[in-house]
Design a protein around this ligand. Sequence first.
Ligand SMILES: [Zn+2]
Length: 486
Amino acid sequence: MARDITLRLYNTLTRTKEVFQPLDPANVRMYVCGPTVYDRAHIGNARPAIVFDVLFRLLRLVYGEAAVTYVRNITDVDDKINARAAERGISIRELTETTLADYCEDVAGLQCLPPTHQPRATEHIDDMKAMIEGLVEAGHAYVAEGHVLFNVPSLADYGGLSGRPMKEMIAGARVEVAPYKKDPADFVLWKPSSEGEPGWPSPCGIEGMGRPGWHIECSAMADRFLWEALEDRLSEAAREHPHQFDIHGGGIDLVFPHHENEVAQSRACFHSDRMASVWMHNGFLQVEGEKMSKSLGNFITIRDLLSTDAFGGRTWPGEVLRLAMLGTDYRQPIDWTVRALEEAEANLLRWKRRIGDDVSEGTPDAQVVAALADDLNTPKAIARLHEIAKSIGDDSRRDRDAARTLSASLLLLGFDLGFAAAAQEAPPVPEAEIAEMIEARAAARGARDFAEADRIRDSLAERGILLKDGKDPETGQPKTTWEVAR
Ligand SMILES: [Zn+2]
C-alpha cells in the first residue's frame, strides 16, 4: 500500500482534473459499464477493459488490494440479443452464455484482471424493479401502456453530466418518439415483452411480462454491489453519502444518454445529489485512420487479433495489443494500426531481453507510478520505461536493480512478458521453415534470380532471423547460417 501517492483524475462531471479522494479509502468503489453479450467484443470494446484495468491495478497499489471493489456488469437482456439469437436460430441463453465466455477469455488474453464482481443483468431484475417502483412513488416515473418511463422534466437539473442543453441532447440523440411519452426526452425503465421475448412479471401493478431498459440495469447493479453489499463496512463519513460511490467509467459514447440517464435514475431514486464522485470516459477508436464499421470491412474483434491473421496477416499476442492501446492517452482518440502493433511488439521484446532473468514483483519505478497517478498518463509511463531499459546497460556493466525495477513497473501496467519470454526461447520462425527458405534462396541464386533471393532474406529479417553467408570450413563450399536478431 502506498497512500502517500496523490492520484489525479479527469472528471467528466466537473471537466477538470481533480485530486482523487475516495469517500472511504478502505473501500474504494468503481463501476464500469460492461459489454452487451450479443456478439464477439470488437477492438473498441477492448479499450475500456484495458484502461480501467490499469486504473484498478493502480488503485490496488495505492489503497491495498482488499480495499478496492471493481464492478463491471454484463448486459444479457437487450433487444440486440433477441434479434441475434433469432437470426442464428439459437436460444437467447445459448447466445449470451457463449458470448460471455468468449468475452471473459478475450479480456483475460489482454491480461486484464477479473473485476471483483461481474454481475449479469438477468440476475438483478428484482433490484431493477425495486428502483423502478421507488421512482414511480417519488413522482419521477410513470406507467403508460405497459411501459414505465422516467419523466425527465421531473428532475430539474437533468443533463449535468453531458452538460448540454436539453434541446440539443434530444436533437443529437436517437430519442424515440412514442405517443405514450409525456415528454420526448422521457426514457424507458420497463417495457412489455411479447410471446417469445424474455420477460419477467412486471412492476407497478402492470399486468403481464416485461423487461428492463438498459440504463436502469447499471443503476441497480452499481447500487447493489457498491452500496448495499458494502454499507456495513463503510466508514461513517462514507455513510453520510448514501448510495454514492467513487468512480464510474465507460467509453465516451456512453456519456449521453446512457450515463446521463443512470445519474438521473440513481439520484431521483435515492434522493442524492450525486451517483458517483468521478466520471471517467475513454476516447473512441478508429482503424488505420477510418471509423471502424462492418460496411467498411475494417471491423476487427479481439479474437480476430489474438488468433487469426485478419489484421496485418498474423496473430498478435495480448500483451502487444495491450501496449499498443496504452501508447495513446486514454482520453484521446486512438488510431489502431499494424505499425503501432509492430512497434509495441518490438518494445516488449527489447524490454524482455534487457530484463533477462531479473524478473521482479518488487517496487515499481516512482516516475512510472507518478505518471499513472497523473490521470493515467500511460504514454509518459511508457517513455519512462524506455529510459529505465536504456539505463540497464549492456552485459559488461549490467544494472540488475534497474532490470528488476523495469520488470516490476511493467507488472504494475499488467505485463508479465510471458509471450516475450516464450518468443526468446524459441526462434521467431520454426527451424524447419528457416532451412526451407535458405534452400529456396540458394536455388534462386543458382538461377540468378537475385531479386527473389533478396526477398527471401528480407522476409526472414523482418521476422527476426538474420542470414549470414559464409563458407563451410570442411568443404570450403558456400554455406548460409542464421541467427536470431537482437
Ligand atoms: Zn452502464
